[in-house]
Design a protein around this ligand. Structure first.
Ligand SMILES: [Zn+2]
Length: 457
């Protein structure tokens, strides 16, 4: 954490900023235990975190000397931590939550999800589905979502309204897709989407999302990577999610998926690989070497019986590792607290080693490491002076969070999203004392119920 000198220098800086922009609103979070999630930092008790504009201006112990002009967030009996980063999702798939469960991935995808998406997705349904996802994510402490789907202008507009931070990636697939009836246009649609949003609101960053190696050709994959490089935006892909997918790639290319990607020059820091369930040691080593990030989606992998990603092996190999919920149709919730609990326990049971995937590791996956994968490490992922103010407060006043010995353990093994009390993104309060400030939950749920009443196959 800050030493005394840094704090002093910072105060001078913040005084100066205060005079220059004295009308800028200040938010003060005080009381409770603060976890910066900076490597080596100890928890700060009786914490005081000051936000001005969209940035964190001060972090220390104590009380604010003059809180009269500030909006106060009371964090007594709470834990203050960085907002969570959901590094992979398809937010508008909340429309299909519970629509098709207990099926194998291929059947689920080709007989249920793809036909339903083709029949029922349009800009309006995607907008309301994405808003419902935002409502659920904000209520459970997620402040950043990395999304890949179709009709992404509608998704980006929903994220803009909700106030959440997002990487919004246009889906690319070599089949007729929602909003992209001619697959020959898929890359042009992606390029135009990036051009529209590249210089838009800072919170919303555009990108591309190739569906998988079995649904995108070599030409499509290379074209998508070229566009990503041209605009300096990440490219996401589902990778080695099932054994069947690996077998199909191997029989077509004569090599395993990671080496195929490397041969196409796609394996790089610019690529975000989602799932990575079926990776051999040599593939994990290669991904570590190329610094390609992996997003672990344990609940989706469990529900579709895809297998168990070898997360501790990936961490050892130096792979940047994040955590994601995947879409609500394969989870079926967007609560990252539940996902962290699952990731920690699955990592232990799979290796028969209870020291694997400790609470501290999975909480890093959901904060700093997730931010790193999305290229946002300099801005978010930890609570540090100067960083963007994406902060949440977890309320400890519940039987299942009493007593408190180790904050990290309580967050990962005992808390759930419903324990999040306050959520701030980019210096704006999105939820205070469990009340949404930007979104009308009743309206959003009513609209999604109307839309879902028509979804039948
Ligand atoms: Zn996915």
């Amino acid at each position: 954490m800050n030493n005394a000198l840094e704090t002093l220098d910072h105060r001078k800086h913040s005084d100066k900023m205060g005079k220059e922009n004295s009308r800028e609103a200040e938010i003060v979070i005080q009381g409770g235990t603060l976890l910066t999630m900076v490597e080596g930092d100890s928890p700060i008790h009786d914490a005081l975190l000051t936000i001005r504009g969209n940035r964190i201006m001060d972090i220390r112990s104590g009380r604010h000397p003059d809180p009269s002009d500030a909006e106060i967030i009371d964090a007594r009996d709470g834990i203050i931590l960085p907002g969570l980063v959901n590094a992979h999702g398809h937010t508008a798939m909340t429309l299909f939550r519970g629509f098709a469960d207990d099926l194998p991935l291929k059947e689920w995808l080709f007989t249920k999800i793809f036909p339903a998406e083709s029949a029922f997705l349009n800009p309006d349904s995607v907008y309301w589905g994405a808003l419902l996802g935002c409502l659920e994510m904000i209520a459970s402490g997620t402040t950043t979502i990395s999304d890949g789907y179709f009709y992404q202008d509608a998704t980006a507009k929903a994220f803009q309204k909700a106030g959440i931070r997002a990487l919004v990636a246009q889906g690319v697939i070599d089949f007729p897709a929602p909003g992209v009836p001619d697959p020959a246009e898929n890359l042009d649609v992606g390029r135009r989407f990036i051009e529209r949003w590249l210089h838009g609101p800072d919170r919303i960053r555009p990108g591309l999302f190739c569906h998988s190696l079995t649904t995108c050709s070599e030409r499509t994959l290379q074209g998508a990577m070229q566009i990503s490089r041209d605009f300096h935006v990440p490219l996401q892909i589902h990778l080695s999610e099932t054994k069947a997918e690996v077998d199909e790639v191997f029989s077509r290319t004569g090599t395993r998926p990671v080496f195929y990607l490397d041969a196409l020059a796609l394996l790089s820091e610019n690529l975000i690989a989602v799932h990575g369930v079926h990776l051999q040691d040599e593939e994990i080593e290669r991904m570590g070497l190329r610094r390609t990030g992996v997003v672990h989606c344990p609940e989706s992998n469990m529900k579709l019986a895809s297998g168990v990603a070898r997360t501790s092996r990936m961490v050892e190999a130096g792979i940047p590792l994040g955590i994601g919920t995947d879409g609500a149709a394969s989870n079926n919730n967007l609560d990252l607290f539940r996902e962290m609990d699952t990731a920690a326990k699955l990592g232990k049971v799979y290796t028969l080693n209870p020291t694997n995937m400790g609470a501290g590791t999975v909480l890093k996956m959901a904060t700093l490491w997730g931010a790193r994968i999305l290229g946002l490490e300099q801005e978010i992922g930890t609570l540090e002076v100067g960083k963007k103010a994406d902060v949440i407060v977890v309320d400890l006043r519940s039987p299942h969070l009493t007593p408190l010995y180790h904050p990290l353990s309580s967050l990962v093994y005992s808390a759930s999203g419903g324990d999040v009390k306050d959520v701030i993104v980019d210096g704006k309060i999105l939820m205070k004392d469990r009340k949404m400030t930007q979104l009308d939950g009743e309206e959003i749920m009513a609209r999604v119920k109307e839309i879902s009443a028509k979804i039948k196959l």
